[in-house]
Design a protein. Structure first.
Lengths: 217, 217
DNA sequence: CGCACGAGCCGATACGTATCGTCTTGCAAT
DNA sequence: ATTGCAAGACGATACGTATCGGCTCGTGCG
């Protein structure tokens, strides 16, 4: 009763894997998550359906891998470009949050970048699809948080810890909560589309939040 | 140019309507949104499929109405309780945020109630399903925000305006942004399940947020 | 008044389509 | 020879539409 016929990953076709990931991402941005089907992905990738079902348990899982793949390549691209470009671009996750000593300015920079990312039409559809799926499916949501969100949040924690040591933030503040004070409102507005998500909004959130975290004179 | 659309709502069977709404809500909490089907709702409600398609355009729309219905009845229940508690004639509609003069205490009360609501197993599944659907489907999301969220948020705006007149909040603060500083983190934690959603968390959010909104001495 | 009559909703169900996830078949690679 | 792969047939659901009698109204004639 072999419960799981473990596929031999050493024999896996990387060519098919990439084609599947690319096709999934393309279809999601083109026709939306609802109307992208496994069969559609297989057809676009020039791949048999079984090749998808062999390696992924669900459409959401495929999209998650595709998204991780995109994030990885995007990070590489930005890192390479930022050397020749004069102005810093968006999506500067890998190196962490800058620490110029000015907490407000640093956070504004990062939150503005996050705003740009969320407003990026290429990233919007897949991100919304994954987030929505994770909200309903606890298992997938946990994977999403663990693989994509937590690493980001950890950057805030280190920056906020530094701010505490510098005396910009009270010592009794929990960084895990402080960070949610910053990105919670951003995500809320983006997810529910209550009002436009702008740089000005990010700036105000930073100012209000840091005001509540700063030492009381 | 819509000759086919115009069911006579005066002849509508309220019995069927209720049965459909109840069945939809029950199925969503029992088997989840994904696996509740229109056919399943019809069968459970003892109703023809066409009776659902006649009055609602989609599964999400049915669930939205079911949810509004639930919220309405729940509000009545609360009103009935508070009546026997001593208040002879309380308005049956939205009670609003209390104003005891202590902004922090008032907000903690309301945010704790919101936490309890979000953790209520009866409300959780339908709320998650509707929110997730709204995140992906902009049209439905707008309806969700307009019918369910905005009325709630308006209560915060009035309370925060009062706080501004009382001098507890700076006059240059936009209440629409201040309110998101409060509920954004709550929703963020609930939606993404990063950490448990507790009263203690609600309290800290209120303290940090109000600290950032208060007049600077 | 009273009672047929027709309009329209209702429960039920058949229908064609879409998508799912599994299974089968050759083929290519190793 | 073994195993992944492309292609697609297959049964199972669920969708949304189209009808079919049955039932409940409001209307108008007697």
């Amino acid at each position: 009763m072999a419960p799981t016929k473990a596929p031999d990953s050493s024999r896996r076709s990387d060519r098919s894997r990439r084609a599947i990931l690319d096709a999934a991402l393309a279809l999601v941005t083109e026709v939306g998550y609802r109307r992208t089907t496994i069969e559609g992905i297989a057809a676009r990738a020039g791949v048999g359906k079984q090749t998808i079902y062999r390696w992924w348990p669900s459409k959401a899982a495929v999209l998650m891998d595709a998204f991780l793949d995109l994030a990885g390549r995007s990070a590489e691209g930005v890192a390479a470009e930022s050397e020749s470009a004069g102005e810093p671009d968006e999506g500067e996750q890998a190196p962490g949050i800058p620490d110029t000593g000015d907490l407000v300015a640093d956070l504004k920079l990062v939150l503005r970048a996050t705003v740009d990312e969320l407003n990026d039409p290429v990233l919007e559809a897949p991100t919304r699809a994954l987030t929505a799926e994770g909200i309903v499916d606890a298992k997938l949501g946990a994977a999403f948080v663990h693989k994509l969100l937590d690493p980001q949040l950890a950057l805030y924690v280190t920056r906020l810890r530094a701010a505490q040591e510098a005396g910009d933030v009270r010592a009794d503040v929990d960084p895990r909560i402080a960070l949610e004070l910053l990105i919670g409102p951003l995500m809320h507005r983006w997810l529910l589309r209550t009002l436009p998500l702008t740089h000005a909004y990010a700036d105000e959130i930073v100012e209000y939040a840091v005001g509540g975290l700063a030492p009381r004179p």
